[in-house]
Design a protein around this ligand. Sequence first.
Ligand code: IP8
Length: 261
Amino acid sequence: MELIILKLGGSIITEKSGPPSFKDRLFDKIAKELSNLEVNLLLVHGAGSYGHPIAKEYSIRQGYSNTSQLKGVTETKRSMFSLTLKIVDSLIKHNVPVVPFLSSSCMVAKSGRLVDVDLAPFKILLDIGLVPLCSGDVIADQKTGFTIVSGDQIAIHLAKKLGAGRVIFGCDVNGIFDSDPKTNPAAKLIERLTLDDLRDMTFPGESLTTDVTGGMSGKLKESLDFVSSGGEVIIMNLSEPQNLAKLLNGDEVQCTRLIPK
Ligand code: IP8
């Protein structure tokens, strides 16, 4: 069976602004849909309001500089842990055989990039039909002590190392638009985005958000290598009922596909 890596973006699982808040009703529907898919699935979830504001407050991504950050590391981990548990509870309710992984326990970075990931547990458990779930996380860093590694980087890294053909970024909009669809109703969906288009794109509004790992532009930058070596990356809306099933079935779905040329 095909291995698919599905990134559950922070925007689809949490209310991104305000205090940590899980979109439980929406996620319940997604969990139900996931239980009916006939693929080998590996899930990676983002942080949304459970991770980015705390990580930003304590400058975790920039690495260790003073002892006051240690509390921030612990609090970010605790908050992410509570988000993972909500996701796990919902998946179990719908009989998805999920196994939560702590990314911080099986991954090491160097200057913010993953350099060492223990793949064996993923491989063995995937082989018997379990569904590993990990997340963007605070990761030990050989240069800076610790850093934040995004779920996007993890999804693409695992896809390359585990030989997945597709990475799907699930978010709360249909894909990449020519302007912000949340503020501009005339924004047009870009259905196919080549690597050259991608290299020229700018995302001016994103520096204003609390997203410490780069939001939509982070996703795209992470994808460059994977797509140029033949992998498929799709950015799609998971809040549209049955969208994922339709896509996997080969039906027409509004989304953005990254293509080499
Ligand atoms: O939401 C960030 O992961 P992302 C992880 O996938 C933390 O970028 C802890 C902020």
